[in-house]
Write a protein that binds this ligand. Structure first.
Ligand SMILES: NC(=O)c1ccc[n+]([C@@H]2O[C@H](COP(=O)([O-])OP(=O)(O)OC[C@H]3O[C@@H](n4cnc5c(N)ncnc54)[C@H](O)[C@@H]3O)[C@@H](O)[C@H]2O)c1
Ligand SMILES: O=C(O)[C@H](O)COP(=O)(O)O
Length: 389
């Protein structure tokens, strides 16, 4: 039986998806962590831990490189909460265009029984604009960005996108009316709204800063529903104070932008809908089960994607460095023990490789010897033997 430890609020539907082969939050030696935004960057990993599955998109809370070196497969659940973020961003685009927050505040401050005369005069202060015919720039056209772009087209907006790393799968999902820009600055030029949907990494920190803001139109509305730091809040605040940015909406507060006029901060609720939480939890539970029971690495963020029908009685999986002669060494150890390979696959992702070997017979003694010998190869991070259920 496998042990799963959960962090954060994992939806019950996900916990219910686990079969009897999995125990949740009861063992001392977890095989899997199922997490959301918990910060594991400085965490020590127990030796038993084989996988970390992030129910959601961002994995910047996980030390992915260190996890790989501990032989831990890291996954996320792509797209599980993308619709939730799309709807929130679109809602805020409407809310900012129609001055809804200020209008609500006004109405709450003027609560006299008969305010009709006053409101008829004052309501002109809250005159808004429509999204129809306006231009939206979307930076990052993955699961969230593509949904935002397509929905904005449906609302009659012109949409321009920028994503130099777009996958072929993502490209299939984007309406061909979304115009493609060759740089962020070209994308944001003339846009009435700019929204950013990229992962947080060394390349995306301060992706939106002074120079990018300078390229934007006077009075632009900016959204950061990706991560703190992707829009540089210092530069953004200055632009808000200079009225270059008319409204800034973000899911990530920090003191510098707190209580500032024309800044709307939500408390990281982009993916916080019943539907998204359930999608992520169920997808996450299935990912944990598939990896532990078959070695399937679909949607791993630190390993190549590998999914092979598990038809033999035993499967060996190895996470190792992507260097020459690994497969040769592994095969030699099997041959030395007289173990015949039925099926073998190997693939690499940057510096890391993954090898799966299916065998028909493997005694307990041979299995133990094999794991011991393979673990002595310094380039191998983790060896597992999975017995077919
Ligand atoms: N606020 C929330 O609750 C919430 C919810 C979901 C996702 N997110 C954040 O949004 C991010 C995006 O989510 P997603 O599901 O769309 O992820 P995704 O991986 O499907 O898409 C990310 C896209 O960004 C592109 N990209 C990467 N670097 C880029 C760069 N420098 N310039 C332009 N494009 C770049 C990638 O090519 C990819 O297409 C997540 O990593 C997460 O940090 C936040
Ligand atoms: O990256 C994500 O999926 C979002 O930021 C949602 O995070 P959460 O699961 O902590 O709400």
């Amino acid at each position: 039986m496998y042990q799963v430890k959960t962090f954060n609020a994992i939806a019950q539907s996900g916990l219910d998806a686990f079969t009897d082969n999995f125990q949740i939050n009861s063992g001392e030696d977890p095989d899997a962590y199922l997490i959301r935004s918990v910060n594991l960057r400085d965490a020590e990993f127990p030796e038993s831990l084989k996988t970390i599955v992030r129910a959601g998109a961002g994995v910047n809370n996980v030390p992915v490189h260190a996890a790989t070196e501990h032989g831990i497969a890291v996954f996320n659940t792509p797209g599980s909460n993308a619709n939730a973020v799309k709807e929130l961003v679109l809602g805020l685009m409407i809310a900012t265009s129609r001055n809804l927050f200020a209008a609500n505040q006004y109405s709450n401050e003027h609560t006299e029984a008969d305010v009709s005369q006053r409101t008829e005069k004052d309501k002109t202060k809250f005159n808004g604009t429509e999204l129809y015919g306006k231009k939206l720039a979307v930076v990052g056209l993955g699961h969230v960005g593509s949904l935002v772009a397509n929905a904005a087209l449906e609302l009659g907006m012109t949409v321009v996108g920028y994503d130099p790393l777009m996958s072929t799968d993502a490209a299939w999902n984007i309406n061909n009316q979304v115009k493609r820009a060759a740089s962020i600055r070209r994308a944001v030029k003339d846009a009435d709204f700019v929204t950013v949907h990229v992962p947080k990494n060394d390349d995306t920190l301060s992706l939106i800063s002074t120079k990018e803001i300078a390229a934007m139109k006077q009075g632009v509305v900016l959204f950061n529903y990706s991560r703190i730091g992707i829009a540089n809040n210092k530069a953004v605040l200055k632009a808000v104070q200079d009225k270059k940015i008319s409204q800034y909406c973000t899911d990530f507060g920090e003191p510098i932008i707190a209580d500032q006029p024309n800044v709307t901060i939500t408390p990281h609720i982009g993916g916080s809908t019943l539907e998204a939480e359930s999608n992520g939890a169920v997808q996450g539970a299935n990912t944990v089960m598939n990896y532990l029971e078959s070695g399937d690495t679909t949607h791993a963020v630190n390993l190549p994607s590998m999914r092979i029908p598990f038809e033999a009685p035993f499967r060996l999986t190895m996470i190792h460095k992507n260097v020459p002669n690994m497969v040769g060494q592994i095969a030699t150890h099997l041959a030395d023990l007289g173990i015949n390979i039925e099926n073998m696959s190997n693939a690499a992702r940057k510096d890391t490789a993954y090898t799966m070997i299916d065998v028909n017979t493997l005694s307990k003694a041979d299995g133990d010897a094999l794991v011991k010998e393979l673990n002595e190869i310094p380039e191998i991070y983790r060896v597992r033997i999975i017995k077919h259920n």
